[in-house]
Write a protein that binds this ligand. Structure first.
Ligand SMILES: [Zn+2]
Length: 300
């Protein structure tokens, strides 16, 4: 009887030990599984959204050290360049128009065809802009104080040079702005702002260029000494028809030399000048239509 009881007790003990061991093993298994889960978690694939922001480049500095910026959209082989504000604060609305394109392209990157890259240089003469806004970087209409300033304030760079007379096309030290004689610099590309555009053009190699100015209310072709390039006439017509600005082959209101568009013509790059109707309006719908038509033209 005693022996039997002892055997039963031993059996119970063995069963208990096995049960406890099983429980421990179960806990270890559960714990190790959890551990495995924890370890494997960071291996989950992280999906990064392809960035649609533009590439921002500082292409040069002004006489007073302000940055000249370029914003580049798309990755196509055909490059197009749009430039605002070469006449600075005198034509500040051309800079606001360029800023509006920057916002528009950020929100609608899909409008740029696959074969095209667009570069926008919104403010080619930031020192001139500073003269009428008193602020650096982006500004709004509210920052502009031209009403209290003499007419033409901010047109020139900080050396008093008309930048659109400082390019290497029939360059002369003095040129004209309406009936006024203006400085064209000490040589072609004597000014850092003109150098910035020249160097960017050489690197970017645009198939076409548009300069926004104000306020002659027209689209102009360009030429230097060898006449107007056939493609220049074509893109002038494309922009003109879509936007409604009248097309003018030659600017003959007064004689100019050293203009950026003429220099581009001299190196076989078609360039047009788009003159807004006033010094204050952006004329967004017209210019968006012209811009879109140009993209279409270059995408075919
Ligand atoms: Zn101008």
């Amino acid at each position: 009887m005693r022996l039997r009881q002892s055997k039963q007790l031993l059996l119970l003990l063995i069963v208990s030990v096995v049960a406890v061991l099983s429980a421990v093993v179960m806990v270890i298994i559960v714990f190790s599984n959890k551990k495995t889960e924890i370890i494997t978690e960071p291996a989950k694939t992280v999906t990064t959204e392809i960035t649609k922001s533009p590439v921002h480049k500082i292409i040069g500095k002004t006489v007073e050290g302000r940055s000249i910026d370029a914003y580049i959209y798309g990755t196509g082989k055909t490059h197009l360049m749009f430039i605002g504000g070469i006449h600075g604060g005198y034509e500040w609305n051309s800079v606001l128009l360029a800023y509006q394109f920057i916002d528009y392209l950020k929100a609608n990157p899909e409008i740029i065809p696959e074969n095209i890259t667009v570069a926008i240089i919104p403010s080619a003469n930031p020192d001139g802009i500073y003269r009428v806004t008193g602020t650096n970087g982006r500004f709004t209409t509210n920052d502009v104080t031209t009403a209290s300033l003499p007419d033409g304030t901010g047109r020139f760079n900080a050396h008093g040079v008309d930048l659109n007379r400082n390019f290497d096309c029939k360059w002369k030290p003095k040129s004209m702005w309406e009936s006024k004689v203006v400085s064209a610099g000490t040589s072609a590309f004597s000014e850092p702002e003109a150098v910035a555009i020249r160097d960017f053009v050489k690197e970017f190699s645009p198939a076409g260029a548009v300069f926004w100015h104000s306020k002659s209310n027209a689209v102009y072709a360009s030429e230097c000494t060898d006449g107007i390039l056939p493609i220049t006439l074509k893109i002038m017509d494309v922009y003109s028809r879509a936007s409604g600005y009248s097309a003018v082959k030659s600017f003959d209101a007064y004689e100019i030399s050293g203009d950026a568009e003429g220099w581009l013509a001299s190196i076989n790059i078609p360039a047009i000048t788009v003159e807004l109707k006033t010094h204050e309006t952006v004329e967004w719908e017209k210019n968006l239509a012209g811009f879109t038509a140009l993209l279409r033209y270059y995408s075919i």
